[in-house]
Design a protein around this ligand. Structure first.
Ligand code: 4AD
Ligand code: MG
Length: 476
């Protein structure tokens, strides 16, 4: 039985078997107390071994990190902190963990150190809590869409197009690195490659998602996406998971309404279903915050922050209005921003954070960005300068969602692809949906790890995915 279930049982002398990893063992007047965890819950179960029940040799092998099965009787706990414990009658040792070598001894480890042992860090309280929350959020995403009439569309991982037009792609090829076949003018001849053309790992499932929406009306994708951007930040991964709903007959406002309702309901789901793990991470965060200067400490605890976001409406304003606020802001006037502010700039994270954390003090949805800083597929406004884009910005995170209403006019879209230099024959199929039964439609992409960051209160994106992929790092 999993420890989570066992801890809910009422003790009536039943015999139980628990399997899991030893967190600690302490011996007091010939009685051994073993704290075990199997990852099903943040809570350990205590196994109590009275003198002489188990051989000396066996008990010696029970050390932090070892894996054991204990059999015993479930009794009300004498100690504090748990309602039941196991009065052990037998122990089976599955795998030992040499205390001289096992790196996860019961003491505080830095997150940096734990990143180096990502193969073992799920055995810590912090990471098991994060991984359980990550799972719960993934489940809640599927549940939300299923309840709202969306179909899960599996879009390809290997593509021949660059959905975002940012050129940050990982190439997929089977051509030899040395002496690849060349064309007459000396370039690599991709006609000889596996797919007979240049291919890459997808940066977004959106383009194919749109094809799905033009038939099934409401679809979503939820899969890994890859970006070869060389940004070594606490918010970027080279491999991350993105959730991309795409809806026919949705305009920009419908898209914003969905994005807001969706994120709020995911946060509420976590509050209701991951209370123990959130409580643990909240305590962890409070301790971490104590190290910070008073003015840098957050005003709310983790659960207060989550409740606040799930219960309050997001602020909605245009990019142009946001620029005006930034131009009027103290940090701008005092020259405190590192990047200049002017209409047309791509907002830097310092600007986004000012708007969200200092000015509005809540999530913000920015719309109507200049067309030149956004992707080619966004619907052009009548002003000819801005597009129906929307970014959702979260406190402590910055951009958590990027989306837009899509250009559904064939001629305008064709013109945009030409303007930005996308070859027509790489996305002829995308353009064709605007020739055959085109419809207004919209969608967005939620960065799954950024959501997990927000819900767990962690501060580095490398700590909310089991095995992070970042520049110069692909261990495990
Ligand atoms: O804003 P982005 O680039 O939008 C798209 O890819 C659209 N095709 C989405 C759509 O409309 N269907 O990325 C969407 C989100 C960002 O808001 C951010 O949360 C996350 O994906 N994201 C990253 N997360 C981690 N590491 C990275 N390198 C990320 N790049 C984007
Ligand atoms: Mg974006």
């Amino acid at each position: 039985m999993q420890i989570k279930e066992l801890l809910l049982q009422s003790p009536s002398q039943q015999t139980v078997t628990v399997k899991g990893w030893v967190r600690t063992k302490r011996v007091s007047s010939s009685v051994a107390f073993i704290a075990m965890n199997d990852g099903s819950t943040i809570h350990n179960i205590q196994a109590v071994v009275s003198d002489g029940v188990v051989s000396e040799e066996t008990l010696k092998l029970v050390t932090t990190g070892s894996c054991i099965a204990v059999t015993g009787i479930l009794i009300p706990s004498q100690g504090q902190g748990q309602s039941v414990e196991v009065q052990v009658t037998a122990i089976q040792v599955y795998g030992t963990a040499d205390p001289e070598k096992y790196p996860l001894q019961p003491k505080k480890h830095s997150l940096e150190f734990l990143r180096e042992i990502a193969h073992l860090r799920p055995r810590t309280n912090t990471f098991s809590a994060i991984l359980r929350i990550r799972h719960a959020l993934a489940f809640a995403i599927h549940q939300y869409f299923n309840n709202h009439g969306f179909f899960y569309l599996h879009t390809p991982i290997i593509t021949g197009s660059d959905a975002e037009g940012a050129g940050e792609m990982f190439r997929v090829t089977t051509l030899p690195a040395i002496n690849p076949p060349l064309t007459e003018d000396g370039k690599i001849d991709y006609k000889e490659d596996f797919f007979g053309k240049e291919t890459n790992l997808t940066v977004s499932g959106q383009l194919e998602g749109e094809l799905g929406a033009m038939a099934l009306s409401k679809i979503y994708t939820f899969g890994p996406t890859f970006r070869a951007e060389n940004s070594n930040t606490t918010r970027h991964l080279a491999e991350f998971w993105m959730v991309e709903p795409e809806m026919a007959f949705f305009e920009l406002t419908d898209n914003m309404n969905l994005a807001e309702d969706f994120t709020k309901s995911l946060i509420s789901y976590a509050l209701e279903n991951c209370a123990d793990d959130i409580a643990f991470l909240e305590k962890r965060l409070l301790e971490e915050e104590k190290m910070k200067k008073k003015e840098e400490q957050s005003e709310m605890t983790l659960s207060e922050k989550l409740r606040f976001v799930s219960e309050n409406t997001f602020e909605r304003l245009t990019y142009t209005e946001a620029i005006d606020i930034l131009l009027q802001s103290k940090p701008h006037k005092q020259g405190k921003f590192n990047y200049p502010v002017a209409w047309g700039i791509d907002l830097q994270s310092e600007h986004e954070r000012y708007l969200v954390e200092k000015h509005f003090k809540k999530p913000v949805i920015l719309t109507h960005y200049p067309k030149d800083i956004k992707a080619f597929y966004m619907k052009l406004e009548d002003d000819g300068k801005t597009v129906r884009a929307m970014d959702v910005l979260f406190p402590g995170i910055g951009e958590i969602i990027g989306g837009s209403q899509r250009e559904d006019d064939y001629e305008k879209l064709l013109q945009r692809t030409k303007d930005v230099g996308i070859e027509e024959d790489s996305i002829w199929w995308y353009l064709q949906t605007r020739q055959f039964g085109s419809a207004p439609h919209a969608g967005f992409g939620l960065g799954f790890e950024r959501l997990v960051l927000f819900v767990t209160g962690m501060s580095n994106i490398r700590d909310v995915i089991p095995f992070p992929r970042t520049p110069k790092s692909a261990e495990f």
